[in-house]
Design a protein around this ligand. Structure first.
Ligand code: ADP
Length: 243
């Protein structure tokens, strides 16, 4: 049971959140509480509702019912405040291939109404290790480089909360390692991070809390410190099969 003071500390607070597409219930009453500065990894098989949940948190779609607040803002009434507070990274980079890295980030910075956008764009491009490619076209980038630039795009407006939907998809081992190191740095900058993934090996070591989403419900959650990494895969499979 949480008291009201503790609830204030949650950057993500979903209560009995439901989303239906026609007759199909994609989310069937999700309760999710993510504290400020916490890294929460939500595992779940394909079709579990992970992307739907991220879309709701990002205010890209409305819940069918339930309560949702992000960074203290109500998802029904304060959409613009939420959008300023979050950065979203998915498996799709949403970058313009025919623009340079700099032009892409500048474009997104301008969308957020940033002042001194040139310097900010240079800063985040350097932060993700792409300084030497600042003025190269994105279409010449590897998948891993694009994903790093996606991170620059997502943090250009200095959001407090990052939402990551299957961000490792399509990265090779080296790309995944570099991406993991970047996530670790972002975590150290005291951001609140919610990541979804179907890959057990990714996310366990970075996260403070893990959860399992299956068939539209969070069926398990635990502090990562109480998880035995060697057994988590078996636990995950048995929980998903039971659901
Ligand atoms: P995940 O990201 O875990 O793979 P999704 O959130 O994408 O899951 O999808 C959850 C369920 O909702 C799936 O069965 C999917 O087919 C369904 N779904 C997702 N989006 C739509 C939509 N726009 N219309 C109808 N069904 C949808």
């Amino acid at each position: 049971m949480t008291n009201s003071l503790e609830k204030e500390m949650y950057d993500i607070k979903a209560e009995d959140l439901k989303k239906s597409y026609g007759n199909f219930d994609a989310l069937r009453g999700v309760d999710l509480h993510v504290k400020r500065g916490e890294f929460f990894t939500l595992f779940g098989p394909n079709g579990a509702g992970k992307t739907t949940l991220i879309k709701l948190l990002a205010t890209l779609t409305d819940p069918t019912s339930g309560d949702l607040s992000v960074f203290g803002f109500d998802a029904k009434k304060e959409v613009n405040n939420i959008r300023s507070a979050i950065g979203v990274i998915s498996h799709d980079p949403y970058l313009y291939e025919t623009l340079t890295a700099f032009e892409n980030i500048k474009f997104f910075g301008e969308l957020y109404g940033l002042t001194d956008v040139d310097n900010r764009a240079r800063f985040v491009i350097k932060q993700v290790g792409l300084e030497s490619r600042t003025h190269d076209l994105v279409r010449t980038f590897s998948r891993g480089m694009k994903q790093r630039l996606t991170v620059a795009r997502a943090i250009v407006h200095e959001p407090k909360i990052l939402l990551l939907d299957e961000p490792y998809t399509g990265l090779d081992q080296h790309g995944a390692q570099i991406f993991g190191e970047m996530l670790s740095e972002l975590k150290n900058q005291n951001r609140t991070i919610l990541m979804t993934t179907h890959n057990i090996d990714e996310g366990l070591d970075l996260s403070d809390t893990v959860g399992i989403l299956a068939k539209g419900e969070i069926i398990f959650d635990s502090p990562t410190s109480q998880i035995d990494p060697a057994n988590f895969k078996n636990l995950y499979i048995s929980k998903v099969e039971e659901s």
